[in-house]
Ligand binder design. Structure first.
Ligand SMILES: CC(C)(COP(=O)(O)OP(=O)(O)OC[C@H]1O[C@@H](n2cnc3c(N)ncnc32)[C@H](O)[C@@H]1OP(=O)(O)O)[C@@H](O)C(=O)NCCC(=O)NCCS
Length: 233
């Protein structure tokens, strides 16, 4: 086995909302190696090396995943730096989003056609405790309380992930913190999910979301677009 496989592409998927690529994050200790930095532009290298060491590998892996996804669309990006709200700045012909956990980063892209995108990744292998009250609306909580104890942790985490993907997709329109209880989601076993937005936004938004499992992860995606308020009636 190779001693250190580096940041390697582990999947290329076609999701409902865009092309998604995943990059394995190897367990680096200390500063990032030249092999990883060499895959970034000069501006990105400067940005990455100024981050706290624990954050450098996920930021770099997100860029590598994003470049891979863009390459599949035939789009080149010189530098992928964050905007003033933290979202990746991409060429104007595309929209995209990034998520990462300790050992995996994902990026999803699509051609720009009025929709914005969000992607999220959550590890469901270990039970997550104590987030239900913050993440769920009272109605969602009632529904989840009816599940077996074993199913509850997964059910909460899946809703958390769907809402984070939605947050990333709607942030360019609302440009504010949106609490988890301002949105409801109802995931179905087939990977689809219904969404209800409980706040009034200008413009009004159409939001779609869906999910799948990749190994120990929930991989969720969302897209949003502005609509005439009449379309919501
Ligand atoms: C911003 C936020 C969604 C990031 O989620 P996270 O689970 O902490 O981290 P993830 O790994 O999934 O995503 C991080 C990536 O999100 C992207 N991101 C950060 N801020 C963003 C924003 N405002 N809009 C879109 N994408 C954003 C970045 O690409 C970032 O990675 P990078 O800095 O390495 O480029 C989360 O921290 C947050 O603040 N959520 C607000 C509350 C919320 O989700 N409410 C849901 C109601 S709809």
């Amino acid at each position: 086995m190779q001693a250190n496989p580096g940041f390697s592409v582990v999947f290329d998927l076609q999701l409902a909302h865009g092309l998604c690529s995943g990059v394995h994050i190897p367990p680096w200790q200390g500063a990032l190696p030249d092999e990883a930095l060499g895959r970034l532009s000069g501006e990105e290298q400067r940005y990455a090396t100024a981050l706290a060491q624990g954050r450098q590998s996920t930021w770099v892996a997100g860029r590598i995943a994003m470049r891979r996804a863009l390459q599949r669309l035939g789009v080149k990006a010189d530098s992928i730096l964050p905007d003033d709200r933290g979202a990746p700045i991409l060429p104007s012909t595309v929209v995209g989003s990034i998520s990462h956990k300790r050992t995996l980063a994902v990026a999803m892209v699509s051609e720009a056609a009025g929709w914005t995108l969000g992607v999220d990744l959550e590890d469901h292998s270990a039970p997550v405790k104590g987030i239900a009250r913050r993440v769920l609306t009272p109605r969602e909580k009632d529904e989840i309380d009816r599940l077996s104890e074993a199913g509850r942790s997964r059910a909460v985490l899946l809703r958390f992930s769907l809402k984070e993907a939605i947050y990333k997709a709607i942030d360019p329109f609302v440009k504010r913190y949106v609490g988890f209880r301002e949105v409801s989601v109802w995931p179905a076993d087939n990977g689809s999910a219904a969404v209800a937005i409980h706040f009034v936004s200008d413009p009004a938004l159409a939001v779609e979301t869906c999910w799948m499992e990749y190994g120990d992860y929930f991989l969720t995606s969302a897209r949003a677009r502005a609509i005439d308020r009449a379309e919501t009636r």
